[in-house]
Write a protein that binds this ligand. Sequence first.
Ligand code: CP
Length: 306
Amino acid sequence: MKTVISASQFTKEDLVRLLEASRKIEEALKSRRQLPLLDEYVLATLFFEPSTRTRLSFESAMHRLGGRVITTVGVQFSSLAKGESLFDTMKMVESYADIVAIRHPLEGASHIAAKTVSIPVINAGDGAGEHPTQALLDLYTINKHKDLSRYIRLAFIGDIRNGRTIHSLLQLMAHFPSELIFISPAELSLPDKYKEMLKQSRIPFQETENIEALLDSDVAYVTRIQEERFTDRSEYEKFKDYYSVDRELIEKSRRGTIVMHPLPRLTEVSTDLDNHPSAVYFEQATNGLYTRMALLLELLNVPLQI
Ligand code: CP
């Protein structure tokens, strides 16, 4: 594996290997063991859209592996603001770093970036397209709580049209026995290309507007209405508070539903759920550290010696 642009690139073997590596890394970090495996390497993080978790967990992952990080955050602080092309930017980054994680508002930007350079490129979110490394940490979290070898009913709730984390995770779930439930207003439903993928993978799925459908799921994956993807402000206003998952709702679950969220959250997950045993969204974000450490090692071809 040289790049991670789409979740479709991962085979089941890749996923099993990466989840196992992540588990070993988590164990090592919790035992306070040092893992200075990337001390000769530099990671560049290029974030042309806001981020807290993805950028900081990639940078923390590199630091905890003994490597170094260079970064540029926001178009206004890079020479893209002066009109430089992404091609020229990437050509420069290639000579400064050994691996790059890029977030960009344009769907497909990381694919363009990867074609420009010979170092590994990681898509850290491209517009409303995909977010494959988020899907990896989501899968790791699901496996910790629900065991992927067993049949899993996963409900996605919220902005399914624009939710790039959903677009990536559904492709990883296609490797495991699962059924997907998409809960959204019709206007924010799953794009046809992902429905086609699920049909080809023979993954059963249903679509509904009814939030109570999550009560029959093992995992409720709630997402924010993605304000930044709406061109029509009134459409965003119509949907921004459409759903709210709270303690009262989750306590009616018939399957011990856990609640996940890629974060940041607004009103779609009530804070009254934060201390409930079903709420795993903060742990989910922490898991990004372990999975991103595993991924950096994999892409740089450095064996995990533990
Ligand atoms: N989940 C996620 O991508 O969070 P950030 O936008 O904070 O990176």
